[in-house]
Structures are given as structure tokens and as C-alpha cells.
Design a protein around this ligand. Structure first.
Ligand SMILES: [Zn+2]
Length: 370
């Protein structure tokens, strides 16, 4: 018996590498990957809804760092998504409607453009059209958000490596009868208008999934797992093509806002749960990678949304609040001025705790590069 153990341990000692897990060694990156996730219209109640209406504990409870963002635009107390996203992308407070421009309509370099200049891989994913205010603010510069034809043309000139969302009507069979289809191959962009089909990723190619005429369908109309799956695909693309360079990815849950505008709680909650699934995909990646920061925030609250108690008739006592049954309540069909949450995980995440202006999020991200 002792002899057998001796033989076995001798054999094992000849193969010491079998005891350690195999890991592909990557060159160390000088800065962390940045994944910025924007829940459009996601105030605290929207975020909280996932606690009560999801099948399991939300992914966002995994974040160790929490902050509050003050959302006002330069022109108004209540911001729109253009000024909100431009604060993140360019670091400036600007007027409602501005895309990638300061309050005096001068174009400001976006964080995506700055990083692409330094050979970072970049990606944008949204459930709106890819030319909508939030994604557009990372690559386009126009004075008015509704210039989506112009924004589409600027995308082609941009350095966005991975793009996914809706918005076909701003590229093909346009109202101005222009068709940008031939420009995609001319710019080395692999275009897919059918679905999230994976490719043999090539580092010198750009990829664009433009999968709906306008915005992507809402969750309750069958969008399925587009957002978490596109997020996972983008991370896979970066993993295979970025080499020793970091990447910057923006993921937007665009339609939490649209559920708020529609005062439709089921719409809103479906979108919130889907956004949380994408958050889970990003966090899983970041935990495994060890040098990726994930920041989740919102541009503004929308709908004055709340989860309030149902009122019930109690015999002899009249109408009373039943604190164990929730119903949706809306105070507005538009945005509100409430502060919004900021959640952060990863190297340097501590700087996102506290209460600060929305454009500080840009400065904090830039600070991670040092
Ligand atoms: Zn909105």
C-alpha cells in the first residue's frame, strides 16, 4: 500500500502542471477596461422594481460602490437624454438636445474618440436606434438630437468598432432617398441586419448589428435576450481582438425611459429586468478578468415613478394602506429632476462613491486611465 502511494506521488510529481489550473496568460494592460452601462430613465424606484418583480435577486446588488449623480442640464433643471449622455461622454454640462457639443455648440471630443485614438477597442449597444441620443453622444457632434440622418453619416466616419441596436431607417431607404449601404463595406464594417450572428472576429474590421427599422422591439413585444447577448458578444469580440489594449463599451437600457414616458409599469419593469441581465453579463466578465471596471448609472429619472401600496377597505376602519401589495404610480409623463444612482465595481471603483454632478462621471472615468 505504502509502495503504491509512493509510486503515485512520484508519477504526480513528474507532472506538476496538472495540479494548477491552466490559464491563458495575457499581457498586463496599463488601464482597466471600462464598461459604462446607462439605464435611460432609471431612477431609484425603477432600479428597486427589480427587487420585487424579478425571478431572482437582481445582479446589481453585487456592486460594492454606490453614488448619486446630479442630473441637471446647463439649460434646464431637468435634463434630456442628449445633454445627459453628453455629460458622460464629453464631460460638459450642455443644453437639452445637444449631441457631443458644449453649451456654445462647439464640438467636444468624446471619451470614445479619445480612447480610440489611443488604440482602445470601442463598442456601443442600445435598445433604441443606434443614432438615438444616448449612443449618438459617444460618436457624433450635432446641435440637435433629431438630426439622426446626419448622426448616421457621422457613425460611418467614427471609430466605433462594435455597434448593436436598431435604426435601419436612418441608414437605408432614407426619407432623403440616400442609401448608406455601400458605405459599410467601403469603411470595412461587417454589417448584419438579420440578427446577432457571431463572426470570426477580425481586429481590423468593425462590426455593426442594425436589427430594427427604428428602436428595437420592447421586451413585452418579443425582443428576447438581445441586450445581454449583444453585451456578451461585444466582450467576446474585445477578448479576441483587443490584445494588450483595454476596451471601452457603453451599454444602454434605452427603453426603461420609454416605459416611464408611457406610464406603463409593466413595460418599464420588463426593460429594467432586461437591463439587469446585461449588468449580470458585464459583472461576470469583470469578475473573471480582474482588470475591468463596470459603472452603472442613468441620465435622469423618467415618469416620477413609484411603487406605492394598494389601498384596501378594512371593515369599520375605512380605506387603509396594504403595505404588502405594491402598485405602480406615475407623477409625470416626462423626466424628473431626481438624483440617480451610480453603481461601480472593479479597480478604482471607489471614486464613484459620493454625490456629484453627472459630468464628473466623465472626469472619474478619465482618471482611471492614469
Ligand atoms: Zn426620455
Amino acid at each position: 500500500m505504502n509502495f503504491l502511494i509512493l509510486v503515485l506521488s512520484t508519477i504526480l510529481s513528474l507532472f506538476p502542471q496538472t495540479k494548477t489550473t491552466q490559464k491563458v496568460e495575457k499581457k498586463p494592460r496599463q488601464a482597466p477596461n471600462i464598461i459604462l452601462m446607462i439605464g435611460d430613465g432609471m431612477g431609484h424606484a425603477q432600479l428597486s422594481s427589480a427587487l420585487y418583480y424579478g425571478k431572482s435577486e437582481p445582479n446589481y446588488v453585487r456592486f460594492p460602490i454606490v453614488g448619486l449623480s446630479r442630473t441637471s442640464a446647463s439649460s434646464h433643471k431637468i435634463t434630456d437624454s442628449a445633454a445627459g449622455a453628453t455629460a458622460f461622454s464629453c464631460g460638459v454640462k450642455t443644453y437639452n438636445g445637444a449631441i457631443g457639443m458644449a453649451a456654445d455648440t462647439t464640438a467636444v471630443e468624446t471619451i470614445l474618440e479619445y480612447l480610440a485614438q489611443r488604440e482602445w477597442k470601442t463598442g456601443l449597444i442600445a435598445t433604441s436606434s443606434v443614432t438615438h441620443a444616448t449612443p449618438a453622444s459617444f460618436y457624433a457632434h450635432v446641435p440637435l438630437r433629431k438630426q439622426e440622418f446626419e448622426i448616421a453619416e457621422q457613425y460611418l466616419q467614427s471609430k466605433v468598432d462594435f455597434l448593436a441596436g436598431g435604426g435601419q431607417r436612418f441608414f437605408f431607404n432614407r426619407l432623403d432617398e440616400q442609401n448608406l449601404y455601400p458605405e459599410f463595406s467601403r469603411k470595412g464594417i461587417q454589417l448584419d441586419t438579420n440578427g446577432l450572428n457571431p463572426y470570426q472576429w477580425e481586429g481590423n474590421k468593425r462590426y455593426a448589428y442594425i436589427l430594427a427599422k427604428d428602436g428595437m422591439p420592447p421586451m413585452h413585444k418579443g425582443r428576447g435576450d438581445f441586450l445581454p447577448r449583444a453585451t456578451t458578444m461585444a466582450l467576446d469580440y474585445f477578448d479576441q481582438t483587443a490584445g494588450d489594449k483595454p476596451f471601452f463599451l457603453m451599454v444602454e437600457g434605452s427603453q426603461i425611459d420609454w416605459g416611464g414616458h408611457a406610464n406603463d409599469g409593466d413595460y418599464l419593469v420588463g426593460e429594467m429586468l432586461d437591463f439587469d441581465a446585461a449588468i449580470g453579463a458585464a459583472l461576470d466578465y469583470a469578475e473573471k478578468d480582474g482588470n475591468t471596471i463596470v459603472i452603472v448609472t442613468a441620465d435622469h429619472e423618467c415618469g416620477g415613478f413609484a411603487m406605492v401600496s394598494e389601498e384596501v377597505e378594512v371593515p369599520f376602519r375605512g380605506r387603509q394602506s396594504d403595505y404588502d401589495s405594491l402598485r405602480f404610480s406615475f407623477g409625470s409623463g416626462g423626466h424628473s429632476g431626481a438624483m440617480v444612482p451610480v453603481l461601480a465595481y472593479g479597480p478604482g471603483a471607489e471614486v464613484f462613491s459620493g454625490i456629484y454632478q453627472n459630468n464628473s462621471i466623465h472626469a472619474k472615468m478619465m482618471g482611471l486611465l492614469k
